[in-house]
Every structure is written in structure tokens, then in C-alpha cells.
Write a protein of this length. Sequence first.
Length: 66
Amino acid sequence: MPQLLLLAAAAAVGIWGYKKFLNEAERVSKSVRRAEKEQANQAHGTLIEDPETGEYRPMREDEFQK
């Protein structure tokens, strides 16, 4: 019986790790696609409007929309 519990725990950790891997791969893929678009357009970044000042500025890495 303990072997079965250990096997179930290992399977759960494996599934969790696989899902985390897929999420990270998707995030990196989106980042690469965005960089490729910017390169193709000869852009230097995506501009977003600052709601407080109304001015446009380049989007930071942590502001990427999902």
C-alpha cells in the first residue's frame, strides 16, 4: 500500500511539473513571437498609454498582456 501512495504522489508531481513546463513554454513562445513581430516591423517596442499622464511609453517586460 505505501508503494501505491508513493507512486500516486510521484505521478501527481510529474503532472504538476509537466503543466508548469507547458505554461512556461507558452510564455516564452509568446515573447519570441512578439519580438519577431517587432523585428519584422522594425519597431523598438510596443507603446502603451499611461492612464495617469496620457503619454505613451514603451511597454515593460512585466506589463505584457496575456
